[in-house]
Design a protein around this ligand. Structure first.
Ligand SMILES: C[S@@+](CC[C@H](N)C(=O)[O-])C[C@H]1O[C@@H](n2cnc3c(N)ncnc32)[C@H](O)[C@@H]1O
Length: 276
């Protein structure tokens, strides 16, 4: 049975069509949370929708309805519990790794698993890596799981950092991943190190940290700058070139990739920058 079937007789065909079929499930076969967007005009029926999701996915114990955009420094959004348990902490499985997290307290996107895999495949043994906006450390752990690396995963949200520490233990990568709590601007100064790769997964404003990232790169190092862009825009390239000029660093743009669609005509993109 799918969600559409479970809603038959409870929502009209028009309402079901309006709801769509897209939702995220974060967690495992044992316990998961479903996250769904419910259009304004269906809010009166959100409980029915939540309960239908619980019936369809037996592993789902809580259904959260998105009730705000992502905002603030921690990039969190508000959710309304529309069905199931208040306890929304889950153990999410991805790429042979496990991530303990609570989507209400930390940023985490199940849709970015492919991107994490893609970056991990580029990494070679022996590299030193900085993940600037580390969250619960999914990038660092997916990379470190199969590579002999030293990775610092820096995060400013104490809740996300707490989960990052637990996830390092859960995945037995304690000798390769170091979670650090703090503002990356301060942490970079204290670490005073140079890296082979620097990941900047804060698409709203990662570019504004380039003045910090560029001097932290080894010659020949690669920076992964994430951003949101309209189709055809060259905005990120321009920002990278401006920061390079300001910091007197020589860079070469390797490539730009679309990571995920973000809105009509807008994409989350990754600009790969080689520092020479
Ligand atoms: C878009 S999320 C990405 C998290 C993680 N990399 C992931 O893929 O799940 C960005 C994260 O950066 C953190 N953050 C924002 N500003 C920061 C700063 N100045 N220093 C360190 N972390 C920061 C936020 O708390 C948030 O968890």
């Amino acid at each position: 049975m799918n969600l559409k079937d479970a809603l038959e007789g409870r929502l009209t065909a028009k309402e079901t069509e309006k709801l769509g079929t897209s939702f995220d499930i974060v967690g495992s076969r044992e316990k998961a949370v479903a996250i769904i967007e419910v259009p304004e005009e269906l809010r009166k029926k959100e409980k029915i929708i939540g309960e239908a999701l619980l019936r369809v996915h037996k592993n789902v114990v809580s259904v959260l309805r998105k009730s705000s955009e992502r905002r603030g420094e921690f990039r969190l959004r508000e959710y309304r519990l529309i069905a199931g348990s208040r306890n929304t902490e889950v153990l999410h499985r991805e790429s042979g790794c496990r991530f303990l997290l609570d989507p209400r307290k930390t940023y985490f996107s199940v849709r970015e698993g492919t991107e994490r895999e893609r970056i991990a495949k580029q990494v070679k043994d022996g590299e030193k890596i900085l993940v600037m906006f580390g969250g619960v450390a999914p990038f660092a752990i997916v990379i470190a799981k199969n590579k002999d690396t030293r990775i610092y995963s820096v995060e400013i949200n104490p809740e996300a950092h707490k989960y990052a520490c637990e996830n390092v233990l859960l995945n037995r990568v304690g000798n390769r991943v170091v979670p650090v709590l703090g503002d990356v601007r301060e942490v970079c100064k204290i670490l005073g190190q140079k890296f082979d790769r620097i990941l900047m997964p804060l698409p709203e404003k990662a570019w504004s940290f380039l003045d910090m990232a560029l001097p932290c790169s080894k010659p020949g190092g690669v920076i992964y700058l994430y951003g949101f862009e309209d189709k055809g825009s060259k905005d990120l390239e321009k920002k990278a070139k401006t920061a390079a000029k300001k910091t007197k660093t020589k860079i070469r743009i390797l490539r730009k990739r679309k990571v995920l669609p973000y809105g009509p005509g807008t994409f989350k993109v990754c600009l790969e920058i080689k520092v020479s």
